[in-house]
Write a protein that binds this ligand. Sequence first.
Ligand code: HEM
Length: 477
Amino acid sequence: NGLLILILLCSTRRRQKNEPPLDKGLIPWLGHAFEFKKDAAKFLARMKDKHGDIFTVRLAGRYLTVLLDPNSFDSVLNDPALRHNRIQLLQSIFSLSLPSIEPATEKKWMEQHFQGVSLSRLSRAMNTHLKNLLLSDHKGCDSLEWKTDGLFNFCYSLLFRAGYLTLFEKEDNAAAVYKEFRTFDSLVTKLARCSLKQEERKTANLSREKLWELLSPARLNGGLESNSWQQKYVRFLQEEGVDAEMQKRALLLQLWTTQCNAGPAAFWLLGFLLTCDEAMDAVKSEIKGLNLQDVSPQHPHINPLEALETPVLDGVLSETLRLTAAVLISREVVQDKILCMANGQKYHLRQGDKVCLFPFLSPQMDPEIHEDPQIFKYNRFLNKDTKKDDFYKNNKKLKYFTMPWGAGRNMCAGKEFAIATIKQFVVLVLTHFDLKIDEAQGAFKLPPVNPSRYGFGMLQPDGDVQVKYKLKRRQHE
Ligand code: HEM
C-alpha cells in the first residue's frame, strides 16, 4: 500500500510557476527510466530538442533536472545547496560504504598523491612499465611478421597492466587482474543501475570477490613496509578508521577509478588517427621533430614528454576526448533553490530532486559551439601551432568548451597523470611499431559506441576493430 501511495504521489506532480519544463513520460512512476538506461545520450538529446537547455524528467520515481547550457554550469558546480553524493553508487557497484571519510579529505589525499612530486615519480614509473610491457609482449616474435589484435584489447590491456604495476606494484598477477577486471567492467553499468539478470548478478558478484582477493593487501609484494601508491592508500584508510573488509573493497573502487579511462581513451585516439591520414602524418611528424633520445631504452628513467611541447598531439587528445568522454555530473538538491541561468532566467529547484550536467551533449557535441560535432577534426583545438581555447555560444566566450575531466568537486584528480600516460603510450607505439589497418577485415571503420556507457566516463566501443602491427626494423638490430 505504501508503495502504491508513493506511486500516486509521484504521478501527481505538476509543474509549478518558475520550474523547468516537466516531462514525466507515459509510464507511471518509471517515467523515462527505460529509455534513459538504454541510451542516455539519445534520450537527453531528444529532450533537449523538445524542451531546450533545461528540463526535468522522471526516472523511476525520482525527478532529475538536466541543465545543458555550459554558460550556466557554474551555478550548479559551485553551489553548496547542491551536494555531490556517491553513496548509492559505491554501494551498488562496489558494495562499499565509507561513512567515516570526508569527501574533501579524500580529494586532498588524491591530489597530493597524483600531483606535484608524486606526478613525476608516477609518470616515470609508468613510462618504464609501458616500455617494458610493449617490448616484452613482443620479444617472442623476433621475426618481422605482422601480428593481428583488436585495437581496443591492445590498448586497454597494455595501459591497464602498466597502470596497475605503477600504482599497485604487484608483478605476479597483473595479467590475471586485467582479465578479471574486464569481466567486472563489462557489468559495471548494470550494477550501477541495478539491472542485472540473475546469471549476470552471479558473474558480477563472483568477479568482484575474485578481484577483492587478487588486490588484497595481504597478498602485496613487499608487505606493509612497501611504499607503493596502494600501500599509502591503505594506510590512509586505516587512519580514517576504515575496517579491513571495507579497505579491501575500496581498493577495487580505486582500481576502477584509476584504470577504466586511459585504455579506452588511447583506443579512440589511435583509432581516429588510423581513420585520418592527415592527422596521423601531422602527429608522426611532430613526434619525429622531438628530441626523443630519452625515450630510448638507454635512458629508461627519464620522461622527456613532460618537458617537450606537443601541441598537435595535445589537440588530437582533446578532440578525441570531446567525442568520447561522457561523464554525468550529478548533485542532490538538499534545500529548495533558485537556479540562475546565464540568460537571466531563474528556475526553482525542489529539495529532494537531482540536478545534473551532461557535458557530452553540450558543450562537447553542441553544433552551436563545435562545427560538425560528429566529425573528428584533428586540428579543432589548434591555432597555427598553439592551443586553441576560444569557443563561443550565443556570442559569449565559453569557460567550459569541452569537459572530459569533469569540473569543480567532480574534477579528475589524475588528469595530469592520465594525459602524460596517454601521450607516452601513443609516442611509444608510433615510434617502436608499424601500426596499420588489417585490410583483410574490409574497409576500416571504428565500431559504434556501446550506448549503455553514456554517463560513466570514457565511452567504450561495441565490439573491437582488428589492426596489424610489428616492431619497427631498428628494434631488432
Ligand atoms: C575522477 C575522467 C584517468 C584518477 C574523474 C572524474 C572524471 C574523470 C570525469 C570525475 C568523476 C565524477 O566525480 O563523477 C578521467 C578521464 C581519464 C581519467 C577522461 C582518462 C582519459 C584517470 C587516471 C587516474 C584518474 C589515469 C589515476 C591514475 C581519478 C581519481 C578521481 C577521478 C582519483 C576521483 C577524484 C575525486 O573524487 O576526488 N576522472 N579520468 N583518472 N579520476 Fe579520472
